[in-house]
Design a protein around this ligand. Structure first.
Ligand SMILES: [Zn+2]
Length: 359
């Protein structure tokens, strides 16, 4: 019992890069069981003509609040702070948990339609996006939105976050981060508490950082530092961190992000809607490049090895394990429990996967 996608234009890993070519892809359950060679005993219950189709690994959305799909167009043409504190938060406060569940499910359906199979969500209604993921079949990293001003071991939101984590510990499509909302809603003492709990639980951090001009000017007025420095000084970057937006980061901030392996998610659509300008992507990549510069003779050796591996396993002879790896490679760099992102540099938050899981 399986699905055959015949003669599709597929994007597959090729050494350190990718190649696009015509392939037959064999699916069994939620596993890509073969490429160009049917696995033993394979029976196609459905055959899809891929002649006019492109097959790629699942896309990943690295920063979402999926339940907010219900708020679309509810607050336009406002400054960021008026939008957030004047409109969005009051709508969130009026939402029932069941609203958040259906809103998240709607967002997930829209992502599935566009080829997205995994997302990194910050949820304010604890347990609802989690429940919707368990029902939808997607993969997700869930962070309960946190905010506070004290080092309180009994903090309600952190307690809820950990309960959510434990309630869904048997769902292998779900993993968890802690998600302090932003520098302007989290005091340094509270961030230190979040870091201590995340370290104890083996979790990463997901946070908005330097999203608007108001945030940076207020931070300088109140703390004489940038949002990036504020978060670093609270110890957040000691753990794997995904930083959303980062549109207002100077050269020093960019160096800090790169040195600490922080993964930046740039959110251009949100920034356009709220007039928050764009993240300086070329400059972020430049800092990452400086950090990861490799001597030319080592680069050459890696390239040669990649070509050798590619020749050693022509497409028709790839064993099942390699085929499975090849087909899911692009959309599956690790995010869950945040082991690898620190090494990915300051821009690579779209590259993650759950180790050992198919799909
Ligand atoms: Zn956000």
């Amino acid at each position: 019992m399986g699905i055959l996608i015949r003669n599709t234009l597929a994007v597959l890993p090729d050494g350190d890069g990718h190649e696009a070519g015509r392939h037959d892809i064999y699916l069994q359950g939620n596993v890509i069981a073969g490429i160009d060679k049917a696995p033993e005993g394979f029976v196609a219950t459905e055959t899809i003509d891929g002649t006019r189709r492109l097959t790629i690994p699942g896309l990943v959305n690295a920063h979402t609040h999926t339940y907010m799909s219900l708020m679309r167009n509810a607050a336009d043409d406002l400054t960021f702070m008026d939008w957030l504190f004047g409109t969005v938060m009051s709508i969130e406060d009026r939402m029932e948990p069941e609203d958040a569940y259906w809103g998240s499910l709607l967002g997930q359906i829209e992502m599935i339609r566009s080829g997205t199979t995994c997302f990194n969500d910050m949820q304010m209604h604890v347990g609802q996006t989690t429940r919707a993921v368990a029902d939808s079949g997607m993969r997700a990293v869930i962070g309960r939105g946190l905010q506070g001003d004290a080092y309180d071991e009994n903090d309600r939101r952190i307690t809820e976050a950990l309960k959510d984590l434990r309630d869904y510990s048997d769902c292998d499509r779900l993993s968890f981060f802690l998600a302090p909302h932003a520098p302007y809603t989290c005091a340094p003492e509270y961030l230190r508490l979040v870091v201590d709990v995340a370290r104890r639980e083996g979790l990463g951090i997901h946070m908005h950082i330097a999203e608007s001009e108001t945030e940076t000017t207020d931070m300088w007025r109140d703390h004489h530092c940038t949002p990036v420095e504020y978060v670093r000084d609270a110890g957040v970057f000691e753990l794997p961190t995904i930083a959303a937006h980062c549109v207002r980061v100077n050269a020093s901030d960019r160096a800090i992000l790169a040195e600490n392996g922080v993964s930046v998610v740039t959110n251009p659509a949100s920034n356009m809607k709220l007039g928050n300008v764009f993240a300086p992507v070329p400059e972020l990549i430049e800092h990452r490049g400086r950090r990861q510069r490799v001597p030319w003779h080592r680069r050459r050796r890696v390239q040669q090895r990649a070509k050798h591996v590619s020749r050693a396993w022509p497409a028709h002879a790839r064993p099942q394990g390699h085929a499975r790896h090849a087909a899911v490679h692009l959309g599956r760099r690790r995010l869950s429990h945040g082991h690898a992102q620190r090494r990915q540099g300051a821009w690579a938050a779209d590259r993650f996967h759950r180790g050992g899981q198919e799909g």
